[in-house]
Write a new protein. Sequence first.
Length: 301
Amino acid sequence: MANPRSGGGKTARYGLVRRAEDMGAQVWTTSAEGDAASLARTAVEEGAQVLGVAGGDGTVSAVAAVAADTDRSLVVVPAGTRNHFARDLGLDLRDPGRALDALVDGEPAQVDLGVIGSGVFVNNVSFGMYADALLEPGYREDKPRAFAAVAPDYVKGKQWVEARVDTPWGTVEFPQVVLISNNPYHLATPRWLGRRFSLTTGQLGAIVLKRPTQAPPDLLRHLRGELRQHKRGAGPADEGAVTWSAPGITLHGDVQYLDAGIDGEAVRLPLPVLCGIRPGALRMLLPKDRPGIPPERAVRH
């Protein structure tokens, strides 16, 4: 499955369809009539034992759900804008086509899948400013403008997540940011901030930024500063940022729905929101050469 719109047209720019077909793969392209999940299910019905996906994180997530449910192996080709999942797998983001080597002599692996309701996520579920930006018209075409449109109310402390989040240190009410990830993000060192060194811990990562009593001058800088003060698993609820890991995380509240972003796709979720994890649920085929794997010293740190 290839998404021609992902990453500003990376599929065409890197000739990924031709390269995949030259290796014997049958390629379907997503369209208004055929989304990635539907195409993946059709491929399974026609006998496919390996599913491949070239696109951004949202496209990858849709095909990963089908692969996990049908016990098929998945090959990921990083053809999106950010490619967070592919990055944390160690794939080469500069030359997406190198991921196709997995079709020839791929190394099998099994990684975790995040679960939210009846759906899954490979990266994260977000609530707050990012989720609101996803709902802005023209977000895909002009992301800075979308963030600029929603940021002022958060910066001024006038906007927050209409929910309560249970943490190991008690309940946080009406936070400004909630980020729940499939495996915890590394937070200890600035260079690797936001990376996942493992996708097999069987744990969700949670980051909650409390609503400040006085609005910070720069919300994003405030968030970065708070996270640098906390390592995973540390941070009592009276601090600005609360971070922890757990196999399940719940948001609840008095409103009926919350806007959220799941792997970069805007959704509206009914409360309570229950997030969990399926350890080792996704079978992967990975190329042997993965230049994005962090050095061992960074992982040890």
